[in-house]
Design a protein around this ligand. Structure first.
Ligand code: FMN
Length: 388
């Protein structure tokens, strides 16, 4: 089975890249990434803003919000940049290149317009295979101040780097840009070699007892598996509009998540949170899941699935608004949890003798009861074809 993919002109053994984070903070971690089976490593970002090189403590929390059965998990973190300046970083790039054979992507985050080109040139000289430019750090100066126009800053940074270096330059985007699709199209036209979509958002959690923001008291990065769906959204709408490859990042934790990103149009994915929560070796589980999918679907070349779901996506005008459905229950599978009755806003479900009885006339066919039925007892069938 061929899982290789090409990203920004670089051929990778498979699409799973270790994303920029503390887990890629130095050459030792780059080695860990290669040893555990990642196809490339994006080193921890070096930041020009000196304050951003020092971590506050404590700075990580796993947050669960919502109600039982419907919780979302957030990996809440405030991890600052690479510990040193650009010269230290050049050493880290050099040492990483000496010690690993997978591609090493440097990651830079500057605040002065003229610094982008300088930082990029230093990374190129140190041997980086590509550079990610990251004006989108969720707690960085550029996002922190809403007066900054991240769109224009990113474009200017790209142009400055492209004039200075020959290696691929890849902007890392943010959902906190005003119009990510427009920005992606502009970056493509301006010569970006790839797009990384998306950095984490900025969030905050408040302790209701102390009435203060948790941990060190301020804004932090806000990511987790919940982010996947918005990443898929941006990838699937961007893919048909740009020529360059996309790397999806945000909430990717399983092999099936990787497959979804590829189907949406990504050529690679970048993972960070799952390395913190499950360890570096987790990538092997993801790869095994991808193998199982390829085998089940008879896929020889993984790259063949890139963008397939994007091509299958319908426009609003094309949605089927005629076929109506009704829900029915397989009582053999039903465990009488009562959840379907709770969620039916059409009052179509009533429990009789601990069995859900679904009124076909009242049932709207909205699909919510089927969606929350864990044993899969509730299914949908076609009720009618409306003439409209
Ligand atoms: C603790 C932590 C530190 C991170 N540091 C950086 C960074 O220095 N530069 C960067 O571009 N992205 C950074 N990220 C973002 C990740 O590279 C990644 O794009 C993002 O977390 C989404 O992927 P995930 O859901 O797999 O974590 C960081 C993420 C985490 C969780």
């Amino acid at each position: 089975m061929n899982k290789s993919t090409s990203y920004a002109g670089i051929t990778l053994a498979h699409p799973i890249i270790a994303a920029s984070a503390g887990t890629t903070r130095d050459a030792e971690q780059a080695v860990k990434c290669e040893d555990n089976g990642y196809s490339a490593v994006v080193l921890k970002s070096v930041q020009e803003e000196v304050l951003m090189r020092y971590n506050p403590f404590p700075r990580f929390a796993v947050l669960r919000s919502g109600i039982k059965g419907y919780e979302s998990t957030t990996f809440y973190s405030y991890e600052q940049a690479y510990y040193g300046d650009i010269d230290d970083y050049a050493e880290t790039v050099r040492r990483s290149k000496e010690r690993v054979s997978i591609p090493v992507i440097a990651s830079i985050n500057c605040i002065n317009p003229e610094s982008w080109a300088h930082y990029a040139a230093v990374c190129e000289q140190a041997g980086a295979d590509a550079i990610e430019i990251v004006p989108t750090c969720p707690t960085g100066l550029l996002i922190r101040d809403p007066a900054h126009d991240i769109h224009s800053i990113t474009l200017a940074a790209l142009q400055a780097c492209k004039q200075k270096v020959k290696i691929p330059v890849i902007p890392k985007m943010s959902r906190q840009m005003a119009n990510p699709l427009y920005t992606a199209i502009c970056l493509d036209k301006a010569g970006a070699d790839g797009l990384t979509m998306m950095n984490r958002s900025t969030g905050i959690e408040i302790d209701i007892e102390t009435q203060k923001p948790i941990l060190f008291g301020g804004l932090a990065g806000h990511g987790g598996s919940w982010a996947l769906y918005s990443i898929l959204r941006w990838v699937i709408v961007t893919y048909p509009q740009v020529k360059i490859p996309i790397s999806a990042t945000g909430g990717v934790m399983t092999g099936n998540d990787v497959i979804k990103c590829l189907l949406a149009g990504a050529s690679t994915v970048q993972v960070a949170t799952v390395l913190y929560l499950k360890g570096y070796a987790w990538v092997q589980k993801m790869l095994a899941e991808i193998n199982a999918y390829m085998e089940r679907k008879g896929i020889q070349r993984l790259a063949d699935i890139i963008g397939v779901a994007s091509k299958n996506m319908l426009s609003m005008e094309q949605y089927d608004r005629k076929t109506r459905y009704f829900a029915y229950c397989d009582h053999e599978l039903c465990v009488a949890c009562g959840q379907c009755e709770n969620v039916c806003i059409y009052d179509a479900i009533q429990f009789v003798d601990k069995k859900p009885i679904i009124d076909r006339e009242k049932c709207d066919g909205c699909g919510l009861c089927k969606s929350i039925c864990r044993p899969g007892a509730i299914q949908l069938a076609v009720k009618e074809e409306l003439a409209r």
